[in-house]
Design a protein around this ligand. Structure first.
Ligand code: ADP
Ligand code: MG
Length: 481
């Protein structure tokens, strides 16, 4: 099957060829002709299977006819997070290069003024997170009555984040005569209900069993002790392994993300972080550093990183085993994208047995344990010993910033910055009816869990400062995009 068989226009086929795609993915092959025939679609396919192009491409051809009117977008794409929304917008820019479609991105964390201006001119494609859209709608800046095409993307993630009531409300503001496309990696019952209510005679396309992991990803569990210091030591060892070009490291909590990034920097690694407490421009800037290879380690939380499409990620490391098995599938799906191979390591403490069992049940696969030799000598150097520093210009740049971040020695090292709201990851407006749990910390009995788990304040680790060792060679390799 080739793209030319799907009924797309010649201009579009040209951009697809320019993008380097030779063959449609299975979800694209099934969805594109039906979308062009104006059918409603339910598309279920695991993460990384090219769902975005399966709606973006036919939408470009459909929207090429007709023109936009002020404040009345012609189509609406709902995305659960700002990053995903930005990513879809990039896709429109890339594939729409030969078309003159106008687009607006409505996401939290960026100034509303520019967004309103764009809307007033009239847009063909509006890409939004539900929270920001509802805000603008409430202010009367937007009319959805001319919106004849709706895409609900990453529906299972919307559910996790408590956006379903918002989506239901948004659906009622669109004209009844419209085309609706819903995409999801999994199809939990509330999503099924949503589809039954708002889609008309949809064609269901399911290309792989929901929640299977990509066969191109080699998966390992790495047994670790529960103490944070031990986990960090193991992590540094794993990061020094051969072939470790770059890695996204997932933690269950934002505080762990911040701590771990600081610790890695202190040890001379080029790392960055991304989580929902960061402002949008800062999140995008960190992502960009990683995409460009200026940092080759990105420490991330689930909400900030799910669905991110970054090419050439060689490794995913779950510093914390995810609490929710679906998250595992999404996390490791950041590697092995677009036919490439990838490696995923999941750290498991004795407490994590149940989490791993749930993951194995969901994916129907046993994950083999990786036996690592005991951590290397350098890690065992006596703590609180300062080493001689080489002259400033001899030291790698990263080390300088690490030094700025280093806490004073008389202060506890793991002292935490106050967390604004530990439950809310994404900074989106919460749905009033949303469940009390959201995003990465959405498992309700959290306090209980905390009690069962060893404290992670890291007091046992001692200061990490004083490290001026060389940066391993592999960390210097940059990412080719
Ligand atoms: P999903 O939404 O299903 O998780 P994406 O739409 O983000 O997946 O696509 C995953 C990756 O696959 C992207 O890097 C995209 O550029 C790439 N991709 C999409 N379609 C094709 C194709 N037909 N051939 C090769 N790569 C593709
Ligand atoms: Mg997607």
């Amino acid at each position: 099957m080739s793209f030319a068989d799907l009924g797309l226009s010649d201009e579009l086929l040209q951009t697809v060829t320019d993008a380097g795609y030779t063959e449609p993915t299975p979800i694209q092959a099934s969805a594109i002709p039906s979308v062009l025939m104006m059918r409603d679609i339910i598309g279920i396919a695991q993460t990384g299977t090219g769902k975005t192009a399966s709606f973006v491409l036919p939408m470009i051809d459909i929207l090429a006819q007709g023109r936009s009117r002020a404040r009345m977008p012609r189509s609406l794409i709902l995305e659960p997070t700002r990053e995903l929304a930005a990513q879809v917008a990039e896709n429109f820019e890339k594939y729409g290069a030969n078309h003159k479609l106008s687009m607006a991105l409505l996401i939290g964390g960026v100034s509303m003024g520019d967004q309103i201006k764009a809307l007033e001119k009239g847009v063909d494609v509006l890409i939004a997170t539900p929270g920001r859209l509802m805000d603008l709608f409430g202010r009367g800046n937007i009319l959805l009555t001319g919106c004849s095409m709706l895409v609900i993307d990453e529906a299972d993630r919307m559910l996790d984040m408590g956006f379903i009531p918002d989506i239901e409300e948004i659906c009622t503001k669109l004209p009844k005569q419209r085309q609706t496309l819903l995409f999801s990696a999994t199809m939990p019952p509330p999503i099924k209900k949503l589809a039954d209510k708002f889609l008309e005679n949809p064609k269901t396309i399911e290309v792989a069993r929901a929640a299977t992991t990509n066969a191109n990803i080699t998966q390992w569990v790495v047994p670790v002790a529960a103490q944070a210091s031990e986990k960090r030591k193991r992590l540094r060892q794993v990061l020094q392994q051969e072939g470790m070009r770059n890695a996204i490291i997932f933690c269950n909590r934002k505080t762990t993300v911040r701590e771990l990034n600081k610790s890695l920097k202190r040890h001379g690694f080029r790392s960055g972080e991304i989580h929902g407490d960061m402002e949008q421009p800062q999140r995008l800037a960190e992502l960009d550093l990683f995409k460009r290879g200026d940092v080759n380690i990105l420490v991330a939380s689930d909400v900030a990183a799910r669905g991110l499409d970054i090419k050439g990620v060689s490794h995913v490391i779950n510093f914390d085993a995810p609490w929710h098995p679906d998250d595992y599938v999404h996390r490791i799906g950041r590697t092995g994208r677009g036919g490439a191979t990838g490696i995923a390591f999941t750290f498991v403490t004795p407490d994590d047995a149940e989490n791993i069992a749930n993951i194995e049940k969901l994916t129907g696969q046993k994950i083999a344990p990786l036996d690592l030799p005991p951590a290397a000598e350098e890690e065992e150097r006596p703590k609180r010993v300062r080493r001689e520093r080489p002259a400033r210009e001899d030291r790698p740049r990263e080390d300088r910033s690490a030094r700025e971040e280093r806490p004073r020695e008389d202060r506890p090292v793991r002292e935490d910055r106050p967390v604004r709201d530990d439950r809310r990851e994404d900074g989106e407006r919460p749905a009033a009816e949303a469940p009390a749990y959201r995003g990465e910390d959405r498992r309700p009995p959290r306090d209980e869990r905390r009690d069962r788990r060893p404290r992670r304040d890291g007091r046992d680790e001692g200061p990490d400062d004083g490290w001026n060792g060389p940066i391993p060679e592999f960390l210097m390799v940059s990412l080719n995009r």
